[in-house]
Design a protein around this ligand. Structure first.
Ligand code: SF4
Length: 438
């Protein structure tokens, strides 16, 4: 360990978190001392996000906070916000969404320029290798020291969809799939490090393999291979698009002994007119059909989704349609987002931007519906046995974890219960937030 401290902060999606974990591991193995972000450090790395205006604001705020903590620190901005905002001031290293692994080499160069020769020179840096940020999947190696009890395995980057409101294809580029062998090596390393549950993550994981054009390259084929890895008991999928839930997908999902019965099926709106303006490529009818297929294959699976309220031009009737559709589907939880105008997207040019007051009201209505749906779903779990992956204990003496269906569970703590264990418990009481078990 050197006396050079590096602190990391992540905003945004699970993919960003995975990449930060990889960088943290690289910096630690290169000899840096990794410290919490609120501590004094010589190097601060902030993996930024710009998916909403709020995420961009927080990214700027964290950069300022790091600069205030140590005015002489090497400040590195990475990720989607720095991809779009190329002219960040008072930042020493700016890296977009590609080439994040160059951060280590660039920081070492700056340290050497400042007279610190502890770290390896150009070409010698063991892990700060250059990456092709444009067309190839950027391989981070096996990230087996992760910040959560569930391990994230990134298998894909980029998106080809160009939904009219989304900047991600502009910041992350087109679909790039990870080599199956590298992903499997990582899963083996994670199992060896004691992880029991993995979450397959990426920007648009159901496009996995689309850039390879070879048979057998689908997310479910890959999940099938991962299920054969010794020590892996549970596999969870990140966000899915309805169109990807084909009969073949469902058949492979059913056959996979580790796949958890939780599907995060991106909806965005329950109004067909809005879906069309969003350039989403399905209708509510097709969505309903897909949910039917999943429910026929899995008894009462966890079904979560993302919903945007206040999309440009959204009328009161369209908002009501969206609420009614979510109620009809009976999700186990909704993730509600207020539409956020992102420059460079088509939707930013649409007329009828919804005012803030209406946006807040619609968002509250959707959140209330989400709470009611979650309570209904949680109540249905009372009396059932749950296999819960324990994650952390709270100050109230209860441990939190997640059921296979991704219901947040609370259970009385005792010295024999440890984070990372999978325990069998039974639901006894439900709120919209938790299922309490014993
Ligand atoms: S599918 Fe649409 S919302 Fe999702 S990342 Fe791609 S463009 Fe963005």
């Amino acid at each position: 360990m050197s006396c050079v401290r590096a602190a990391f902060h992540t905003l945004g999606c699970k993919t960003n978190h995975y990449e930060t974990d990889a960088l943290r591991q690289q910096f630690a193995s290169a000899g840096f001392t990794v410290v919490p972000f609120d501590e004094y450090a010589e190097v601060y790395l902030i993996n930024t996000c710009t998916v909403t205006g709020e995420a961009g604001r927080k990214s700027r705020q964290m950069l300022h906070r790091a600069r205030r903590a140590n005015p002489d620190a090497i400040l590195v901005a990475l990720g989607c916000y720095s991809e779009l905002e190329k002219f960040l001031t008072d930042v020493d290293v700016i890296i977009g969404t590609g080439g994040k692994q160059n951060a280590l080499a660039q920081v070492c160069d700056l340290l050497r320029a400042r007279g610190c020769h502890y770290f390896p020179g150009p070409g010698l840096c063991a892990t700060g290798r250059a990456a092709d940020s444009g067309t190839a999947y950027e391989e981070y190696g096996s990230v087996f020291q992760q910040s959560e009890t569930r391990a994230y395995v990134k298998v894909e980057d980029g998106c080809n969809n160009f939904c009219s409101y989304c900047v991600i294809p502009l910041t992350r580029g087109r679909v790039r799939s990870r080599d199956a062998e590298a992903a499997l090596n990582e899963v083996e390393a994670l199992a060896g490090a004691g992880y029991h549950e993995i979450v397959l993550t990426g920007i648009h994981i159901c496009s996995y393999g689309a850039d390879r054009g070879q048979p057998g390259w689908t997310i479910m084929e890959l999940a099938g291979q991962m299920a054969a890895v010794d020590g892996i008991e549970r596999i969870r999928l990140g966000s899915l698009e309805p169109r990807s839930i084909t009969d073949e997908f469902v058949a492979l999902a059913k056959k996979n002994p580790c796949l958890l019965p939780h599907f995060h099926l991106s909806l965005q709106s329950g109004s067909d007119a809005i879906l069309k303006r969003m350039h989403r490529r399905y209708t509510t009818g097709e969505y309903r059909e897909v949910v039917g297929k999943l429910r026929a294959a899995f008894p009462d699976p966890g079904l979560t989704t993302d919903v945007i309220v206040g999309f440009p031009g959204e009328t009161e009737q369209e908002h009501q349609e969206s609420l009614a559709f979510c109620r009809e589907i009976g999700f186990s939880r909704l993730h509600v987002f207020r539409y956020s105008k992102r420059e460079g997207t088509l939707a930013a040019t649409f007329p009828g931007q919804v005012d803030k007051k209406t946006m807040i009201r619609r968002s509250q209505a959707m959140i209330e519906l989400s709470d009611a749906l979650a309570l209904t779903y949680h109540r249905r779990q009372i009396g059932k046995q749950q296999k819960v992956l324990l994650e952390q204990s709270g100050p109230d003496g209860l441990m939190t974890g997640y059921s296979p269906e991704y219901v947040p569970v609370r259970v009385a703590s005792n010295p024999n219960l440890l984070a990372g264990q999978i325990v069998s418990v039974t639901g006894i009481r439900a709120t919209s937030e938790f299922l309490f078990c014993q």
